[in-house]
Design a protein around this ligand. Sequence first.
Ligand code: SAM
Length: 281
Amino acid sequence: MKHQIKVELPYFDHLLDALQEPNDDLEKSFGRHVHWGYWEHPNLATLSPDDFAEAAENLSIEVCHAAEINDNKKILDVGCGFGGTIAYLNENFNKLELLGLNLDDRQLRRAVDKVRPTAANKIQFQQGNACALPFPDNSFDVLLAVECIFHFPDREIFFQEALRVLKPGGHLALSDFVPTTAFLPITKLKLPSPFGRGFYGQCNVQCSSEGYRKLAKKTGFNIKIEKNISRNTLPTYSYLRTMGMKEGYKSISAAIETLIVEVVSRTGLLKYLILCFQKPM
Ligand SMILES: C[S@@+](CC[C@H](N)C(=O)[O-])C[C@H]1O[C@@H](n2cnc3c(N)ncnc32)[C@H](O)[C@@H]1O
């Protein structure tokens, strides 16, 4: 069944267009993962496309590590983009049942094209909405949501759905931009167009650490991990600037929105967190 909800993400429209043309640097940077990078030693970032590709892979690895993934698991990657995290799992684990879910068919077509299962794993990509998961109760050992929850229509409904489809003891691991308590009221201000719904589309970065704790309690999850990796992601901004100058910014809003996120991230007002929650046994 198709879901009526549509996601408007100009940055993906741009990427899908640009990836049609041969472009090695873009392919390495955003052809597999579409998220920020993770550098264990940010001061050693070289900011080459290969360096960024490795950092983007490392971010997926960090989220998967938080979820305690090992062989023989059934895993749902919600908001799977081009399937980069599924590709990583497929290349590094065995006997996995991997399912990638996304609202956007175009992204899924690319994922199907790029990610081929190894003999021991099963992979499926499916269209659907994170807030109305098209799966029966108690279906998965692990749910992943890498850098996408801020696009979902409602965090609480997503958490309820995640709890429903996870098996008892299962893990939900995600990464998100999380405001400090002091910055939280500012994130709730309505910005004038084009900043309200610009290059990055509708983004809700209004869930603080305290908000996540309350959400876990309300929906019935236990919180297992809250890891602040902000400093490990900071070279992403220099890289995006380099890419923007090389490729040409798609819009003024792309440059301005990225700069705003950079400033609030560098000043510590907006944190980049990896969180892991467990469904009780
Ligand atoms: C920043 S991208 C991250 C993609 C992927 N997780 C990655 O790390 O490469 C955000 C993703 O969330 C997806 N998305 C947004 N809203 C969604 C929803 N309600 N249900 C499912 N996917 C959604 C977008 O289509 C996009 O693929």
